[in-house]
Design a binder for this molecule. Structure first.
Ligand SMILES: Nc1ncnc2c1ncn2[C@@H]1O[C@H](COP(=O)(O)OP(=O)(O)OP(=O)(O)O)[C@@H](O)[C@H]1O
Ligand SMILES: [Mg+2]
Length: 363
């Protein structure tokens, strides 16, 4: 916002103009005096006064034009630099860092100077756009990679299937691999769509009161085929807890966490789900007896596409989006999600959810 000039600035400017006028009139007075002496002419006092006044103004005007000529290019250059920076940003070149004379000002002076603030805002905008552009490129390269690997595998096995001499068993194995890779691709596309919806305003957020213990119970039962197949000892310990949250979105969180626990736990292991509550939060702990997560990976597993153990993940199947979706949904509810794990001792994910959520808190 433009600041009004202070009293001192106005007084200073008025004094400057008056001094310049006085100097012009003085100069004209002595100059005309010398001319009259030279000419041996003694004009009437009124004529002297009028001539001096008029010439004084003319000299003053010429002086102002002269000084303005020196100042204008500087201002002009400044605005041209700004325009060029904005043009580069609009063309998608965000490597903009305007270095102007305002760099010499200290922090306080810069905050008071409207042009300095403008320059700083443009530099900040360019830096933010650059960071977003890098994220976008990383996202695209991750998506391409996640799509590329299953496609290579599908096309390889499809080519192999053209061989008529393959026996029935091998043919069946190849077809199963193709099917698994197709499921992986379709899950990836579902997750990408879900993330895009969560990132945009399209995702409806409708909290309503429901029983969290019942939700966990029914989701665990729905996953029974997966944990039964691996003979996993699944347990649920839950108090009666009512929360106000978006039931559909929260079920995505529990499914992602339970699927991970089952996926990473070896045959015959165990997974436990515990629900407790205090007067403000519901706390859900999902623990498994899998390989755990190395300490250096723990802060990063909630990032999009991040996988702690790439080789193990390849066989387990997954694109590294499940936890980032869970984090996003929990944050929409103003809750927290964290992990604690020691390698080879399993992992425990803890979600803390406020018991009440207000409509619209998602934004
Ligand atoms: N219970 C767990 N035990 C061991 N590692 C885990 C566990 N949960 C998550 N991880 C690690 O965190 C990474 C990220 O998990 P996330 O759920 O985001 O992705 P994913 O399961 O690999 O793929 P997706 O969920 O998209 O199918 C996993 O790849 C894995 O390395
Ligand atoms: Mg997962």
């Amino acid at each position: 916002m433009r600041r009004e000039p202070g009293f001192l600035v106005i007084t200073g400017n008025v004094l400057l103009v008056l001094t310049a006028l006085a100097l012009s009139w003085t100069a004209v007075f002595y100059a005309t005096e010398a001319i009259y002496v030279r000419l041996g002419w003694e004009p009437h006092a009124l004529v002297v006064f009028l001539v001096n006044a008029a010439l004084g103004f003319i000299v003053f005007g010429i002086g102002v034009m002269f000084v303005g000529r020196f100042l204008r290019p500087k201002q002009h250059r400044f605005f041209m630099e700004l325009l060029e920076a904005l043009r580069r940003i609009s063309r998608g070149d965000f490597q903009v860092n305007l270095q102007t004379e305002f760099g010499r000002l200290n922090e306080k002076q810069r905050q008071r100077h409207p042009y300095a603030q403008l320059v700083e805002s443009i530099n900040d905008m360019a830096a933010n756009l650059q960071a977003m552009e890098e994220l976008r490129q990383e996202f695209i390269s991750n998506v391409s990679h996640e799509i590329g690997s299953p496609l290579t595998s599908i096309s390889g096995f499809a080519r192999a299937l053209k061989n008529d001499r393959l026996d029935r068993e091998v043919r069946h194995r190849y077809l199963s691999i193709i099917e698994t890779e197709c499921i992986r691709l379709s899950k990836l596309s579902d997750n990408l769509l879900r993330l895009a919806n969560l990132d945009s305003d399209r995702q409806p957020f409708r909290p309503s009161p429901y029983r969290l213990d019942k939700q966990l119970m029914s989701l665990i039962l729905a996953c029974e085929p997966q944990w039964e197949e691996k003979e996993i000892n699944m347990s649920l310990e839950a108090e009666e807890v009512e929360v106000t949250a978006d039931e559909g979105l929260m079920s995505q969180v529990w499914v992602n966490l339970i699927h991970n626990a089952v996926k990473f736990t070896p045959q015959g292991g165990s997974v436990s789900v515990v629900l407790t509550a205090d007067d403000r939060h519901a706390v859900v702990r999902i623990a498994d007896t899998g390989p755990g997560i190395p300490e250096q990976d723990q802060p990063r597993i909630f990032e999009r596409f991040y996988k702690a153990d790439k080789s193990r993940n390849r066989s387990a199947g997954g694109s590294g989006l499940g936890l980032s979706i869970a984090l996003k949904i929990v944050e929409m509810h103003r809750g927290t999600i964290s992990v604690s794990s020691k390698p080879e001792e399993g992992a425990e994910f803890t979600v803390s959810l406020p018991l009440t959520a207000e409509e619209g808190m998602a934004n």
